[in-house]
Design a protein around this ligand. Structure first.
Ligand code: AMP
Length: 703
């Protein structure tokens, strides 16, 4: 079905970006407004570290001066598109819907930047933004940027200590926040105690906390603590005609700092450059989404606290002059699993972006896809050209299922597109592109260049500037189709980090040292097939080692997901005296009334085992299966916390059912960990000492 050496325009564009970076990237830079045009696209150099090590470094668009805010807002108003929609705020949790035009947004940002300047924010400062999914959060970020400050978005709803850790990491003088967040159907969460707790925990003390008051839970402002009401400052500034012009910064000045989501280790402050960020995102939204400019409507069901949401809820659509849906709600439960389809119909969304976990949740609540059929049958989904998935691997069954829905209900030729991302690199590393020629020509119609083929299970082909290789543990390239470590050649593309916030040593140690200093370790394992499609199979720490065979959790999960009753499967290693490790499955069934027993009935166990054996091989035979709902812990950005389940299992195998496990502060629902613990306890009680006898703790299980 797939031809060797299959080539697409995307490949040509990619090749051009690597072979001729000067011309390629200067052309991209020229699509934006520069206060001072860069001298060139890239300058290579060497960084000498205190430890005596050195490595290749680079600068994108040296000599250039740019304002991201100007490009994302003013530029469109200047071009006469002030009346175009910029933000559709849709908040089922507050029963609010509001459309904000580019002209409205400009006024809001100008006034907000005006009062921030009066509160002491200036070029080069760091402003910390701790906000829920409300328009003021976008204003906050753009206004800080307008003054030439760097922003650091901390996911709203992080605990006090997690916030405190980030306050100490970036030392902001000003925190912009809101009086509360609203997480689904739960009561409003007042942010006051969280922010106070965060500041108490931190050694660094910010001078100002500016609070956007929400009626659901107002904050009692204490001026003595440096607290101010956002609305008071805004109306006062507006009445006095205080507004701020866009202040440009150097291309290489940091636009923002984002902390990685922490499925592994302590969060790291990823720093993004101003010039490269704007140019790279402006290109990737056009190429990947086929949103060449005004007229598109993007709905990214993420959160601006995560890199993906920061880029595709806010920055990319605004840089392109498109409309974006800012959704304060959940895929299910606000009020039900029809939310995404309603939004597509209501705002004529052209691109939907979400994590596969959202689709799994929708499937769990709507196993017969009644809602998508309801909206699809009446033509409500015809505007949709692409469904983009990222954040974790999408199992092929989910891709195939949704591609069929798109074929039936969406715009002709609409595609499900998996794309591989990380906080560190800031734009899709691989994707299939709806408009591969966008880097050169924004007028050719999309249909003239079909995207690379849909290969369920692959995250697509390399995007411009990404030099992707797969190497073994010694750094030697492996053959096409062979699993290995996925690495990126230097220089990384414009959106990517060049270091960690004030920590060049950790950047080197964490990303470059492992493969000799000249390749970036992505931390992901996978392979590139003979046609150049990249298959991202697992984080390196999600690789199972069964009798010295490296198996990916994703491949086994894929086999489980092909069972019609399985809504979600999660596979982790359980230590085994004989084989080192065995795959162990946690499954949630797609049934309205989930069975309460932790042990699936025998027929289901056999079917799952059969699917794993036929889909992956007998080597991957499951060491056990637990069924249950609400027991698979996730990060708030939708990544499965396999490490936590692995730790619980390893402890249980030692008879330590109550032992503490390390749960990262990014966990979405900490209760899931306790549900899993109880399920594991029940499983071991029923299955008796069998596991205890064969399982011994391996050092890895302690990680
Ligand atoms: P974060 O930095 O939190 O965005 O996490 C980045 C990690 O998420 C990557 O290194 C991958 O492990 C995983 N990831 C993101 N997108 C995909 C994808 N499309 N397929 C497989 N893994 C993905």
């Amino acid at each position: 079905m797939y031809f060797p050496e299959q080539r697409h325009l995307q490949d040509d564009v990619h090749k051009e970006s690597l072979q001729n970076p000067e011309e390629f990237w200067m052309h991209q830079a020229d699509q934006l407004y520069w206060h001072k045009r860069p001298e060139r696209a890239i300058k290579m150099g060497k960084r000498n570290l205190k430890s005596g090590k050195s490595h290749t470094t680079w600068e994108w668009f040296p000599g250039g001066e740019i304002s991201t805010c100007y490009n994302a807002v003013d530029r469109h108003v200047v071009a006469g598109r002030g009346n175009w929609p910029a933000i559709h705020y849709d908040s089922p949790v507050t029963r609010t819907k509001r459309t904000i035009t580019y002209a409205n947004l400009l006024e809001d940002v100008e006034v907000t930047a005006g009062f921030l300047r009066e509160q002491g924010v200036k070029k080069g400062d760091v402003v910390l933004v701790y906000m829920p999914q409300i328009p003021a959060a976008i204003t906050a970020i753009l206004a800080a940027n307008r003054l030439g400050a760097t922003h650091c978005v901390v996911f709203g709803g992080f605990s006090g200590p997690a916030l405190g850790q980030r306050i100490d990491a970036v030392k902001p003088d000003v925190i912009l926040t809101a009086s509360c967040g609203i997480d689904g159907n739960k009561p409003a969460i007042p942010y006051g105690p969280l922010v106070h707790d965060g500041i108490k925990e931190a050694t660094h003390k910010p001078k100002r906390v500016i609070i956007y008051q929400r009626t659901q839970a107002p904050w009692v402002i204490d001026e003595a603590r440096g607290e101010r009401s956002w609305q008071d400052l805004w109306y006062s500034a507006k009445a006095r005609g205080v507004r701020a012009e866009a202040v440009p910064v150097a291309s290489t000045d940091p636009v923002y700092i984002s902390h990685t989501s922490g499925t592994t280790g302590a969060p790291k402050g990823v720093v993004r450059d101003s010039g490269g960020h704007a140019v790279g995102l402006h290109l990737s939204i056009a190429m990947v989404f086929g949103v060449p400019g005004p007229g598109g409507c993007v709905f990214s069901a993420s959160d601006i606290g995560w890199v993906l949401g920061h880029a595709f809820i806010m920055m990319s659509p605004l840089l392109a002059g498109a409309a974006t849906v800012l959704y304060e709600g959940k895929p299910v439960g606000t009020p039900d699993a029809s939310a995404f389809w309603r939004i597509i119909e209501e705002y004529q969304v052209t691109m939907l972006y979400c994590a596969p976990t959202a689709l799994r949740a929708i499937k769990r609540d709507d196993p017969d896809a009644r809602f998508i059929s309801k909206y699809g049958d009446r033509g409500g989904l015809r505007s949709l050209k692409g469904l983009f998935l990222a954040g974790e691997r999408s199992e092929p069954s989910i891709i195939v299922e949704y591609q069929e829905f798109l074929n039936q209900y969406a715009s002709p030729g609409a595609q499900v597109i998996d794309n591989w991302w990380s906080t560190e690199v800031g734009s899709p590393i691989t994707s299939r592109t709806l408009m591969p020629h966008a880097g050169f020509d924004r007028t050719t119609k999309i249909d003239n260049h079909p995207p690379a083929l849909l290969k369920p299970g692959s995250a697509g082909k390399a995007m411009p500037g990404y030099n992707i290789k797969v190497v073994d543990d010694d750094g030697k390239p492996v053959n096409a189709g062979e699993m290995g470590n996925i690495v990126l050649g230097l220089p990384l593309p414009p959106t990517a980090f060049r270091s960690l916030w004030q920590d060049d040593e950790r950047f080197y140690k964490g990303y470059l040292e492992r493969f000799g200093g000249e390749l970036m370790d992505t931390g992901d394992a996978g392979y590139i097939d003979k046609d150049g499609y990249v298959h991202v199979m697992a984080r390196n720490d999600d690789v199972l080692n069964v009798s010295a065979h490296r198996l990916s959790s994703a491949a086994i999960e894929q086999a489980l997901a092909s069972h019609p009753l399985v809504a979600e499967g999660c596979v982790v290693a359980i230590p085994d005296a004989l084989k080192g490790e065995l795959p162990f499955a946690f499954v949630t069934l797609a049934v309205p009334d989930h069975p309460t027993s932790a042990i699936p009935d025998e027929a289901l166990q056999k079917e799952l085992q059969g699917l794993v054996r036929s889909g992956v091989g007998a080597i991957a035979s499951l060491g056990g299966v637990i069924q249950g709902s609400g027991m698979i812990p996730k990060t708030r950005s939708g990544k499965t916390l396999r490490r936590v389940l692995r730790e619980l299992l390893a402890n249980a195998a030692e008879g330590e059912f109550d032992a503490a496990v390390t749960v990262p502060s990014t966990v979405e629902d900490a209760a899931a960990v306790e549900v899993a613990r109880e399920k594991i306890r029940e499983y071991f009680k029923v299955k008796g000492g069998a596991h205890k006898a064969v399982h011994t703790r391996t050092p890895r299980a302690r990680l």
